[in-house]
Design a protein around this ligand. Structure first.
Ligand SMILES: NC(=O)c1ccc[n+]([C@@H]2O[C@H](COP(=O)([O-])OP(=O)(O)OC[C@H]3O[C@@H](n4cnc5c(N)ncnc54)[C@H](OP(=O)(O)O)[C@@H]3O)[C@@H](O)[C@H]2O)c1
Length: 292
């Protein structure tokens, strides 16, 4: 590693259930698969190189799911990084099924979740999964039944910590009556703030918030981003990530990429510090967009 290089450590740390601590720029491993989040990547060696480079850049939180590929993302992580370096936290998920490319269907039944955890343990070559997330609540399975199953798997030592994804505050509160919840993963960026109230709830309760699609932006957002980026000699993507890091100390962005160059750029966002004025301007984008 070049000494001058910005690494994920510069983003500071966030606690996961007061048991683990990770740098606040992680890596989303969904885009490592083939087209449509289906099958193997076009260039396996390049994909393995992205994962290894992430660890070199001190990324110590990798987000994946059994449904990415399916199975492919988890297999690639193990192939690239096992035996895992000390402190690397792999967070996987279950509760989605993949009938085909770009197709996703629910299955958070207790039987499926049990099977899914066994599959992830095998593919990731682990005895215990550090963070296991319910990918999304299943509308035809009582939410409590899914969470109780994860709580049982935790008791059995197969999962260390439990997270949720694509949930409301009500879901989090219901889950917390059963078992501690250490992270929530919902779609979020400066321009996409439906889940602001969930971020606030997580901050008040010491739960990490993992925004997915952290680089997503529309036309108005693009204009403001470009202006702010210019003054920092940064890229618009870096500014979008810097805004997230500033939004809350519990924010843990997981930008996804299949490119070593983009990975370096995303991690380097850890050194971009926005002024109050820039932060507020970006925060005002959803209202600005609504008036155009
Ligand atoms: N819980 C859920 O339901 C859920 C849903 C979606 C995603 N996720 C998780 O969230 C992670 C991130 O989400 P995401 O992959 O949808 O969105 P993202 O990180 O916002 O964007 C990824 C896209 O941006 C491109 N990109 C990344 N860095 C870039 C850069 N520096 N410059 C230009 N383009 C760049 C990537 O293409 P290149 O490969 O060409 O860089 C890719 O097409 C996923 O990997 C996954 O782990 C979770």
């Amino acid at each position: 590693m070049n000494k001058k290089e910005v690494t994920a450590r510069s983003a500071g740390d966030v606690s996961l259930g007061r048991q683990l601590s990770v740098h606040r720029i992680g890596f989303g491993a969904m885009r490592l698969t083939g087209e449509g989040i289906w099958g193997p990547p076009k260039d396996r060696n390049a994909t393995l190189a992205v994962l290894r480079r992430a660890v070199e850049l001190e990324v110590n939180f990798i987000d994946t799911a059994d449904s990415y590929g399916p199975n492919v993302s988890e297999q690639l992580i193990a192939e690239a990084l096992h035996p895992y370096p000390k402190g690397l936290v792999i967070a996987t998920k279950g509760g989605w099924q993949r009938p085909g490319p770009n197709q996703w269907t629910h299955d958070a039944t207790p039987a499926h979740l049990r099977e899914a955890v066994e599959g992830s343990l095998k593919r990731l070559r682990l005895d215990r999964i550090d963070v296991y997330q319910l990918h999304t609540p299943d509308p035809v399975v009582p939410f409590e039944a899914s969470i109780e199953t994860l709580a049982e798997l935790r008791e059995e030592g197969k999962i260390r910590l439990i997270g949720l994804s694509n949930v409301t505050r009500e879901h989090i509160e219901r889950a917390r009556k059963i078992v501690p919840i250490v992270s929530v993963q919902n779609r979020y960026s400066f321009a996409d703030r439906e889940w602001d109230y969930v971020v606030d709830y997580c901050e008040s309760n010491g739960i990490a918030f993992i925004p997915w699609f952290p680089l997503g932006a529309g036309k108005v957002a693009g204009e403001v981003l470009n202006q702010v980026a210019k003054t920092h000699a940064a890229t618009p993507k870096q500014v979008a990530l810097a805004w997230l890091l500033r939004r809350s100390p519990i924010m843990l962005p997981i930008p996804g990429t299949s490119s070593v160059e983009h990975l370096g750029e995303n991690v380097a966002a850890a050194s971009v510090r926005l002024t109050d004025e820039e932060y507020e301007r970006l925060a005002g984008v959803p209202e600005l967009a609504a008036t155009r």
